[in-house]
Design a protein. Structure first.
Length: 577
């Protein structure tokens, strides 16, 4: 791990912001590191308002989309809401279809089969629409490159509205409307929305044209918050506002499907008569709710996720949640086994020292190869692609390391690919099996040519070095107000030096992977600390040796009592520095 301290902002900026907000310069420093330089920006950061959301009609083609949907409703046309099978897609389909069903009885949903149809708009889905009399398809979280599919639908007198957030190709599909802030000719003020976020802007525009206010739509924000968390989009601008209010809905009045998932998977806090439902934050959404929604599309079919999120009878939703819980358990077993096989393949082929990881086995489950790619990065920190057989082609999921744009690397090797799409850090692709070795060599060459040496070592970005005596209830309260956390607004990470364990260090877990410590600095303040995955560094803290640590500050609740706990990200002995 590389420990990198973030640059300290200019002192005059720190002083100016601290004075205008009447906060400690230390807090002003943390805010400036997040790009917050003025009183108004700080107000929006600490006190988000729904009125901070932009006018949806600022988005290119939004007026066309709303007009076409209004005509469809007026003429009793059949509308098909089409979306990807992951969290972003299924939440978007659930959101838009739920809203449209308040206006029309002629609304249905379609999620493509991951294995039969693959990612995005499918010809099979268009045939389904044609066979069943649908004249308008609203595509969510996909479609920006579906030029041939949209043309195929047009031949069958089916119109398309595309709501996507992925990078467009050179040409756009000839749809009635293409809503994508990443379009070169779209000047919408915020271009980091997820697919469900684009879907929300669409219903916001539909509502505005009917005289509805943003407050009338807040009950949809539980879905948007889950999509924002799962799709790892920046926690800035509109995403932060939508996630902030979406978390409030999740914790106060979530739709039955989400409530059923929480009930079946989240342990209450407290004990005895004092038990209560845990307040969920973005981390809980990422690690508890999102994987379960994803598991439906990975193991069975994305329709199961839409059914859960669209169900308004709690008892029925609870049954759906239990089924999805089983899919999630199966998913865990699969990704564990495939990761093991992939690591053995890398070792067998002596590929430990490459600049990229590209592995393939034809019987690997397509639904978990993205997770496996992320797991492999934990061992070999480099851009990673995991391939499996999909029909008569090979399909892969790509994951990248911080700072490296895997989408650009795929684009440079696109002569060997049939299809590809995605983001800087995650992408998907298909190719013919005879091109696999050629692509693998070309991808390795492109990564070696473009990746910077520092990118091949995981880094920890540190906000500030602090002393233990600076950790106070006031500091923790202020840090808690930085939530919701996410990309470009990560949980603050601190460095403290010359620490020692007070003699209670122990390893935790079946395989002793984790560390539990009680730390002190200068024989004064003491804090409990947990280091997940740091069990192998037990010797650094043994015998009360001095060491340095980087960590986040958590609050741990147990038996109704709340205490400070440091969540260690890494530790380092003094001698190795």
């Amino acid at each position: 791990m590389r420990w990198n301290l973030k640059p300290i902002p200019a002192q005059e900026k720190i002083k100016s912001l601290a004075e205008s907000l009447q906060v400690d310069p230390f807090i002003a420093t943390l805010l400036l590191q997040r790009g917050i330089e003025t009183f108004e920006e700080a107000r929006q950061f600490f006190r988000p308002k729904l009125t901070d959301l932009h006018d949806p009609f600022l988005m290119k083609d939004m007026d066309k989309a709303v007009s076409r949907i209004e005509i469809a409703i007026q003429n009793n046309e059949n509308i098909l809401v089409f979306g990807d099978y992951d969290v972003d897609g299924t939440t978007a389909v659930s959101l838009v279809s739920a809203y449209l069903k308040t206006c029309s009885q002629n609304v249905s949903t379609y999620i493509p089969d991951r294995y039969d149809e693959g990612y995005g708009i499918s010809f099979k889905g268009i045939d389904y629409a044609d066979d069943n009399g649908f004249s308008l398809i609203i595509a969510l979280d996909c479609g920006i490159k579906s030029i041939d599919h949209v043309a195929y639908a047009k031949e069958r007198n089916i119109d398309f509205i595309i709501c996507d957030h992925h990078r467009p190709g050179e040409f756009l599909p000839e749809a009635i409307a293409v809503l994508d802030p990443k379009r070169a000719d779209c000047f919408y003020p915020y271009d980091e929305l997820c697919g469900c976020g684009i879907g929300f802007k669409l219903i916001q525009a539909l509502g505005k044209s009917k005289g509805e206010t943003i407050e009338d739509l807040t009950h949809y924000l539980d879905l948007v918050a889950i999509a924002i968390a799962a799709d790892i989009v920046p926690m800035t601008g509109e995403n932060r506002v939508l996630a902030y209010f979406g978390l409030q809905v999740i914790n106060s009045d979530p739709r039955p499907g989400i409530k059923a998932m929480i009930t079946s998977s989240v342990r209450p806090t407290g004990s005895g008569n004092q038990t209560k439902q845990k307040i969920l934050d973005i981390t809980d959404v990422v690690f508890i709710l999102a994987p379960r929604i994803n598991a439906a599309g990975r193991i069975k079919h994305g329709n199961h996720a839409v059914a859960l999120l669209s169900e308004f009878n709690f008892e029925q939703a609870h049954q759906f949640a239990l089924e999805i819980e089983k899919y999630n358990s199966d998913r865990k077993e699969l990704d564990k086994q495939i990761t093991k096989e992939a690591l053995l393949q890398i070792e067998k082929n002596n590929e430990q020292d490459r600049f990229s990881t590209v592995v393939f086995q034809e019987d690997w489950h397509k639904g978990v190869i993205g997770i496996v790619a992320s797991r492999l990065i934990e061992t070999y920190y480099r851009p990673t692609l995991v391939f499996t057989k999909s029909g008569d082609k090979l399909a892969a999921s790509a994951r990248s390391v911080i700072g490296f744009d895997v989408y650009n690397a795929l684009e440079a090797c696109s002569e060997y690919l049939e299809q590809f799409g995605g983001h800087m850090y995650a992408a998907g692709m298909t190719l013919k099996e005879e091109n696999y070795e050629l692509f693998k060599a070309a991808f390795e060459k492109e990564v070696e040519r473009t990746i910077l040496p520092d990118m091949l070592t995981p880094q920890i970005l540190i906000d500030a070095e602090i002393e233990f005596n600076q950790i106070s209830p006031k500091l923790i309260r202020l840090i808690n107000q930085f939530e919701p956390f996410g990309p470009k607004n990560r949980t603050p990470v601190f460095l403290s030096k010359n620490l020692k364990d007070t003699g209670y260090a122990k390893k935790l877990g079946e395989t002793e992977d984790h560390l539990k410590l009680f730390l002190s600095q200068n024989n004064s303040e003491r804090f409990a600390a947990i280091g997940f995955g740091l069990g192998k560094k037990m010797d650094i803290v043994a015998n009360q040796k001095l060491f340095d640590a980087v960590y986040c500050i958590d609050e741990n609740e147990f038996n109704g009592k709340t205490s400070v706990q440091l969540r260690l990200k890494d530790i380092c002995d003094k001698e190795s520095q």
